[in-house]
Ligand binder design. Structure first.
Ligand code: NAD
Length: 437
């Protein structure tokens, strides 16, 4: 099939590359000229495990091309995916200006029947709005389909190639057949393509992300209770996770969820609820708890230094909002950095993939170093904000030889409490007892 993908970010680039991988002819369109130039010259623009290899292979086979010209990009395409940003607007609702802007342009340039597929996360009713925006100028027949994307950054290629399910919202039989043909190679193991109406598909994505954010937040609150009552959240997690109705996944407490999806999607669903006069109480609580959770470690750090962080230096391991990505949108580490700097401290940081993105954002506000150990030189304590695998079994002797104080504030519960006790660290984690030598 000939496919156009409009928007070549985390979702668009993975979508385009994976469809090329199954033999389709793909053109990705983006307004960012420098991104298109880089991608056209064989340079990948995001870090996503496994993506570069198939990106290069498909580009070499001429199945994957890039352009800034929408008309040229969609000319021969049978289907057009919209993988455009839907950031929160000032009031928290999803800002649809990118999607409706492209829809408006499409109406003027469509020359034959095409299926336009909304892959972005959008509020209920957007497919109808996109349809209306295109129809304003279109002289040909077309269908608009809602096909929300469930890939997770860090395992996006696997998620796309072997999705748990594909959700497709359409009321057109013609579009349904096209979508079925398009996704058949991805569901050969029997995972379902679930067809439904457009509105239900749109809401499914928000419901999924809001449910997952709620699960994380619930565990963060249980962790708070553990700290206050002297229980251990790891034990509680294992105790409840073995109940199949609850499940083992997404029960790890930490310093809050971040990223480009959960925060904005929970906010957007709450806003949608407001618009229909529904008081969606859980979502308000989830947002409030998560805001606080991002800074959960800061008062504990302040306590350890008797309330005075002026002149203190911190080593910070991890900047990305989660491991295996360079995405720093809404990353808890950024909030911690701001608090430490506001309190007069300095920060030296290491992240395997996300340092360039943070440097673009904060400049020389923090010091970026080349290894996790370099960050520790003359630091007063170590803070861990992202659970990259390489942070899990560090050389503790080396850590203590470099740190001024044997103090670790771990927002991701990476280390065993008994081990930390034996090693003589002051060790603060989430929902577990504080080790105080
Ligand atoms: P992104 O910001 O990484 O990428 C968006 C791309 O669109 C950028 O490259 C930007 O330059 C381009 N763009 C903006 N306006 C354009 C225009 N008029 N024409 C062409 N290109 C244009 O965003 P993303 O993370 O890929 O997310 C896209 C959508 O997918 C959002 O709605 C998001 O909620 C949803 N989503 C994201 C993820 C994820 O893990 N990132 C997962 C599932 C769903």
């Amino acid at each position: 099939m000939k496919i156009a993908v409009v928007g070549t970010g985390y979702v668009g680039l993975v979508t385009g590359t994976c469809f090329a991988e199954t033999g389709n002819q793909v053109i990705c369109v983006d307004i960012d000229q420098s991104k298109v130039e880089k991608l056209s010259s064989g340079q990948i623009t995001i870090y996503e495990p496994g993506l570069e290899k198939i990106f290069l292979r498909n580009q070499k086979e001429n199945r994957l091309q890039f352009t800034t010209n929408l008309e040229e990009g969609i000319k021969d395409a049978q289907v057009i995916f919209l993988a455009l940003p839907t950031p929160p607007g000032e009031d928290g609702s999803a800002d649809l200006k990118y999607i409706l802007g492209v829809a408006d342009d499409l109406g003027k340039i469509l020359k034959d029947y095409k299926v336009i597929i909304d892959k972005s996360t959008v509020p209920v009713g957007t497919a109808a709005r996109v349809h209306a925006a295109i129809a304003k100028n279109a002289t040909v027949d077309f269908d608009v389909v809602s096909n929300p994307e469930f890939l997770r950054e860090g395992v996006a290629v696997d998620d796309f190639m072997k999705p748990d399910r594909v959700v497709i919202g359409t009321s057109s039989d013609r579009a349904k057949k096209t979508m079925n043909d398009l996704y058949a190679p991805f569901v050969r193991q029997g995972n379902p393509i679930i067809f439904m109406d457009e509105k239900s598909a749109e809401l499914t994505k928000y419901a999924a992300n809001s449910f997952l954010a709620t699960k994380i937040t619930f565990m963060n609150e249980i962790a708070q209770m553990c700290e206050l009552l002297g229980a251990d959240v790891d034990m509680v997690r294992r105790g409840i996770g073995s109940d199949e109705r609850i499940g083992k996944r997404f029960l790890f407490p930490g310093i809050g969820y971040g990223g480009s999806c959960f925060p904005k999607d929970v906010q957007a669903l709450a806003k949608s609820a407001q618009e229909v006069n529904y008081d969606f109480k859980i979502l308000d609580a989830v947002m409030e708890v998560n805001e606080k959770q991002k800074l959960h470690l800061v008062p504990k750090i302040k306590d350890y230094f008797k309330g005075d962080l002026k002149g203190k230096r911190f080593a910070l391991w991890g900047l990305a909002f989660k491991p295996n990505t360079d995405d720093i949108r809404e990353a808890p580490a950024l909030y911690i950095i701001d608090e430490l700097i506001a309190a007069g401290a300095t920060v030296a940081t290491f992240d395997p993939e996300a340092m360039n993105n943070v440097q673009k954002l904060v400049g020389d506000k923090v010091t970026f170093v080349h290894s996790q150990y370099d960050a520790l030189h003359s630091a007063d304590a170590l803070i861990i904000a992202t659970e990259w695998s390489e942070f899990r079994t560090p050389d503790f002797e080396r850590i203590s030889s470099l740190l001024k104080n044997k103090a670790i504030f771990d927002g991701r519960n990476l280390f065993d409490l008994t081990q930390m006790e034996e090693l003589g660290y002051h060790y603060v984690s989430i929902g577990r007892k504080v080790i105080n030598p």
